[in-house]
Design a protein around this ligand. Structure first.
Ligand SMILES: Cc1cc2nc3c(=O)[nH]c(=O)nc-3n(C[C@H](O)[C@H](O)[C@H](O)COP(=O)(O)OP(=O)(O)OC[C@H]3O[C@@H](n4cnc5c(N)ncnc54)[C@H](O)[C@@H]3O)c2cc1C
Length: 869
């Protein structure tokens, strides 16, 4: 008798009593044959054979739909936590939206290159594979934690209790037991995780056969689709509704993005889901969250800004936004009618000068604490739950009916065929039970029709093909002179991640754990965050490790653990080369692998330890003492924070000032984002934030030399080639190449911004376009940012490490000549075998304009730290 006990079978049989209002759910599943009946309100329904109902699935009444955007993490994710809170099932969905990948502007006005270039696309695929793995682990752990006989959604974490398959308690037990079995199987993926952290048997990203999944990737995880979210999401819900006939409530949870283009998309998605709800009678609600900044928009000290910016006249772009009935952001204290990305008036008082913003904000606002990952994930709803064709419930159905376990359900939310009175079942979106349209179709859903989760594409080229962006990719390749198919190996979930270019300053792969590892390495000196690949920092002309403060693996093995790089942050951040000269956290932040507030938390805990070590919250006391004596205390504080501080790290406890320096940069990032919220699309406009017309040149040839790194100015060229090949460029490099493009070549700054947008691993449209506006002189910063690029190179890449790594044609030259090859004498040219104009281009602009008198090294004075005794 399969998994059902005789009692359960009796319950099943007796359940077919027709009582529409109270036992709708029973009607759906247990009326023996198709028949018409009338509800208490007089509506007539046709109900299909119960054998066709989706009996092998746990029927859910509410679904939390987590629309994953730039929040590829399960820790500190309010959208995920919200979606889990009151749902029987959780449906995490990621959409490759063609609009995020295709060009921002078509040629010839724009560059016609993909917004999402291949390097960041690859980083995104890694991030997706990582979050999928994390979800999968948590799903497995949640299923394993559910006691037999309890629907997983009824387990802790506040999920609403959901009923198991109607009346079939032992059936539910069987289902739960099956889930347990599955979870055991899938939880193997934890221990079986390969060296790359790749999933094994967890619905792996290749979609290949694995112990926990099937070929459609139904071993758990998230749904991955190509298409417009406003179309994809309702379609998925239609599938869910077809298999969950008791579905009453769908709650969409997502983080907000920036700019009007995103606000519009979010409105469209909410509208499409509400329309779907109106058609199907399922109540739809929408909850939005904000995670883009360190400080939450609700917490900013607007009153202080008002004071600071009394004299400011609004820019010509500042118009009142149309008031719409936006969704109130969930999560407590939202006191605004519109979400932040749709309400520019709210940010009117954000000071135009960054220092004013930073000082007021850091003085008066506090950072919200991060939130942990949910301890429990509701299961995926049918038909996306792990394959259950052979589960106890399905087997019992087959036995009872004498038929196979083929399924039927609502084939399509729009199909109201069973509603013979023609009354719109969904007329009352948000209506209660009575308006739920009952099962109508008799379409048999075979195995091949089960919801496939979808796979993480193995190559970036699959992504471009799927969204018709191959031509755009070719244009990019032509522009930068690279063939990305040679640079980017496919993602292999069963192998360690492909090696980066050994010259890269960003030798990291996406993922939350990797972001945390990097953060802890940087601020605490945790050795596991040290990367094997040293980047150009290891390539100093004299063999010296110029910027990196880390140790090699063998040094670590000998007990020489690295001091935290944070110790040197103020000194090294401005440097143009090196892995550890700066945190390298921006790509993780941009993709949402980690939040700025999580970084801030770690920095604050270091500050706690540092303040103790230095004997004062402000850092070193006047005598310069205070370090060594307090190392033990520092260790104690760190231990309380669950950090093992290495002896070497303890010997070099950072001055709290270093912590301030890092926190300040996170605040600078906020400034750009809030400026964009204030100024809106103006940051994308040719005339920029201040609305100033400038006659930008549109010389393709000149732009192409800049993009390929053949301007003849080695510091600029090395940076541009590094960007094209690795997706990374230091802040120093970005400033110099932007200055050359806008101030010396006078080329349209938006071309530069578009190329950066496509190539940067850390591209954030607000930060990128705002920075470009500033360099183009059309931001609202009064400073004229015109750089002497040759001098800058000598100052911030003293040993010409970058040119050595990226300009092989100059690598034979000594550092000073690598910075200024045009100064070679004939004898030197002969000696080194380099002819300007043949091996390396003549400078596009007069190099004399790029040389200033050097006034120092440009490096801050290194603070000495006393070792522990
Ligand atoms: C023309 C131009 C374009 C830029 N485009 C981007 C972009 O698309 N995305 C992006 O994140 N940064 C951008 N930046 C800012 C800056 O270059 C990078 O944030 C920084 O280089 C990232 O390296 P890091 O993580 O090691 O930063 P660190 O120096 O270690 O700083 C820590 C964090 O502070 C923030 N931060 C530091 N400097 C800045 C800054 N100038 N502006 C904003 N945030 C900052 C970042 O989140 C960074 O991760 C741009 C700068 C310029 C000049």
């Amino acid at each position: 008798m399969g998994a059902f006990s005789p009692t359960a079978i009796n319950v099943l049989r007796s359940s077919s009593v027709v009582e529409p209002k109270r036992h709708q759910k029973c009607l759906v599943n247990f009326i023996p044959d198709t028949k018409f009946f009338h509800s208490l309100r007089g509506r007539a329904y046709k109900v299909s054979s119960w054998a066709n109902a989706p009996m092998n699935s746990i029927q859910v009444r509410s679904v939390g739909l987590w629309w994953i955007r730039r929040d590829l993490r399960i820790v500190d994710n309010e959208a995920l936590t919200g979606a889990c809170r009151q749902a029987d099932a959780l449906l995490p969905v990621y959409c490759f939206d063609p609009r995020d990948i295709q060009p921002r502007r078509a040629a010839p006005e724009g560059l016609g290159i993909p917004k999402l270039g291949p390097l960041r696309c690859r980083f995104l695929l890694e991030g997706l594979a990582d979050v999928r793995r994390e979800i999968c682990k948590l799903q497995a752990a949640s299923a394993a934690a559910v006691p037999a006989g309890v629907h997983p959604a009824a387990a802790p974490a506040g999920a609403l209790a959901a009923e198991p398959v109607d009346g079939a308690s032992s059936g539910a037990t069987a289902a739960a037991a099956t889930r347990k079995g599955e979870s055991r199987e899938t939880s193997n993926c934890k221990s079986g995780e390969g060296p790359a952290g790749s999933p094994v048997g967890c619905g792996n990203s290749s979609g290949g056969s694995s112990s926990g999944g099937n070929s459609s990737g139904n071993g758990g995880g998230l749904v991955i689709r190509f298409g417009l979210p406003e179309v994809v999401l309702p379609d998925l819900l239609t599938q869910v509704a077809a298999h969950n006939l008791k579905l009453r409530h769908v709650c969409l949870h997502h983080h907000l993005d920036l700019l009007e283009e995103s606000a519009m998309l979010e409105r469209e998605v909410a509208g499409a889901l509400r329309a779907w709800g109106a058609r199907t009678g399922v109540r739809v609600s929408v909850h939005t969250y904000w995670d883009r900044t360190l400080y939450h928009p609700d917490d900013l000290p607007y009153h202080l800004y008002e004071k600071a910016s009394k004299a400011i006249t609004p820019s010509p772009w500042m118009t009142e936004p149309e008031k719409t009935s936006g969704d109130k952001a969930a999560g407590g204290s939202q006191s605004w009618a519109l979400p932040p990305n749709a309400d520019r008036t709210r940010f009117r008082s954000i000071p135009p000068i960054m220092t004013n913003f930073r000082k007021a904000t850091q003085t008066a606002a506090s950072v919200r604490p991060s939130i942990p990952a949910p301890t429990f994930l509701p299961p995926l709803p049918a038909p996306f739950e792990p394959a259950a064709e052979h589960t106890g419930v399905a087997a019992a159905v087959a036995v009872l009916t004498g038929r196979g376990s083929s399924l039927a359900g609502r084939p399509d939310g729009e199909d109201q065929a069973g509603q013979v009175d023609g009354e719109g079942a969904g007329a009352g979106a948000g209506a209660g039970e009575e308006s739920l349209p009952l099962s109508v179709g008799t379409r048999h859903v075979g195995h091949e029709d089960r919801g496939a989760l979808g796979e993480v594409p193995r190559t970036v080229f699959e992504v471009y093909d799927a969204v018709c962006a191959r031509d755009a990719l070719h244009r990019l390749e032509e522009l930068v002179g690279l063939d990305y198919s040679r640079l980017l190996a496919p993602l292999d979930p069963d192998a360690p991640p492909a090696l980066h270019d050994p010259r890269t300053a960003f030798p990291f792969h996406a993922g939350h754990d990797r972001a945390i590892q990097r953060l802890r390495y940087y601020v605490w000196g945790h050795p596991e965050g040290r990367q094997a690949s040293g980047g150009p920092s290891a390539l100093g002309a004299d063999g010296r490790d110029v910027c990196s403060t880390g140790s090699t693996g063998s040094q670590a093995a000998m007990g020489f653990l690295p001091p935290p790089s944070l110790l040197y942050f103020t000194n090294t951040r401005a440097q143009a080369a090196g892995v550890d000269n700066s945190t390298k956290l921006s790509p993780f932040v941009a993709l949402g692998c980690i939040t700025p507030r999580r970084i801030h938390e770690e920095v604050e805990s270091v500050r706690g330890a540092a303040a103790v070590a230095w004997g004062s919250p402000g850092g070193r006391d006047a005598s310069g003492a205070g370090a060594g004596v307090a190392c033990d205390r520092a260790r104690g504080v760190a231990a309380q924070q669950n950090h093992a501080v290495s002896t070497a790290a303890c010997n070099r406890v950072p001055d709290p000032g270093e912590c301030d320096w890092l926190a300040m940069h996170l605040c600078i990032r906020d400034f750009f984002i809030f400026t964009v919220l204030k100024e809106g699309e103006a940051v994308l406009d040719e005339r920029g934030i201040v609305g100033r017309p400038v006659g930008w040149r549109r010389d393709r040839e000149a732009f192409s030399r800049w993009a390929r790194g053949t301007t003849g100015l080695p510091f600029v060229d090395a940076n541009m080639r590094e960007l094209a090949a690795t997706g990374w460029m230091s802040n120093r490099g970005r400033q110099n190449v932007a200055s050359l493009l806008t101030k010396d070549l006078g080329l349209d700054w938006r071309w530069g911004a578009e190329l950066f947008e496509s190539l940067l691993l850390d591209c954030d449209v607000a930060v990128n376009y705002c920075n470009w506006c500033y360099f183009a002189g059309i931001g609202n910063d009064p400073r004229n940012r015109h750089f002497k690029t040759v001098t800058q190179g000598i100052k911030y890449d003293e040993d010409a490490v970058l040119s050595a790594a990226w300009l092989p044609e100059l690598s034979r030259l000594p550092p000073l000549l690598r910075h200024q090859p045009w100064t070679m004498t004939e004898a030197e040219a002969k000696l080194y075998g380099v002819v300007l104009g043949r091996d390396y281009p003549e400078p596009m602009v007069d190099p004399a304009d790029h040389i200033a008198q050097l006034t120092g090294t440009g490096k801050r004075k290194t603070k000495s730290a006393k070792p522990c005794t």
